[in-house]
Design a protein around this ligand. Structure first.
Ligand SMILES: [Zn+2]
Ligand SMILES: [Zn+2]
Length: 149
């Protein structure tokens, strides 16, 4: 039996439970085998046991799924909000309470109204809802704190 292939099989079985892709595992095993051979070659004291620490740092892709969940839930909420035209807005409301920009016909920004009858730019309330999501708070109106759902 080729001693190298025994080593590889042994290492592969030992490390198969590590949650990394087979490509990364393969590369890691090659590095470990090479390092072990090198350690043995320079082992002039003839120690019978040589220690090697191997650190494999993995990052999960959960963060990506989080962003998908977040975008999906905020898009759902935004679709529930009433889209309003500038002409429909009573004269008492002239500006977005979030960015304090005056609503104007020239800007192509979508305007939405919450159930509590507060009016915001769609992208401004979207940013607010994102903040609610990130800080684990209920989706609420930034003006009156009524729940948005
Ligand atoms: Zn705004
Ligand atoms: Zn409100």
């Amino acid at each position: 039996m080729d001693p190298n292939s025994f080593t590889s099989t042994y290492l592969r079985n030992t490390f198969s439970c590590v949650p990394i892709s087979s490509e990364v595992l393969e590369q890691t095993l090659i590095l470990m085998s090479d390092t072990a051979r090198y350690m043995n070659a320079v082992n002039i004291e003839r120690y019978t046991i040589l220690e090697m620490d191997v650190f494999v740092r993995t990052t999960s892709s959960d963060g990506v799924n989080d962003i998908d969940d977040q975008n999906a839930s905020i898009t759902t909420l935004l679709n529930l909000l009433e889209k309003v035209k500038l002409d429909d807005i009573t004269s008492s409301i002239e500006q977005c309470a979030i960015c304090l920009e005056e609503f104007c016909n020239e800007s192509k920004l979508e305007i939405v109204r919450t159930k509590c009858m507060h009016v915001f730019h769609e992208h401004c309330i979207a940013r607010w809802l994102k903040r609610c999501y990130i800080t684990h708070q209920l989706y609420s109106c930034p003006l009156c704190r009524s729940q948005i759902q």
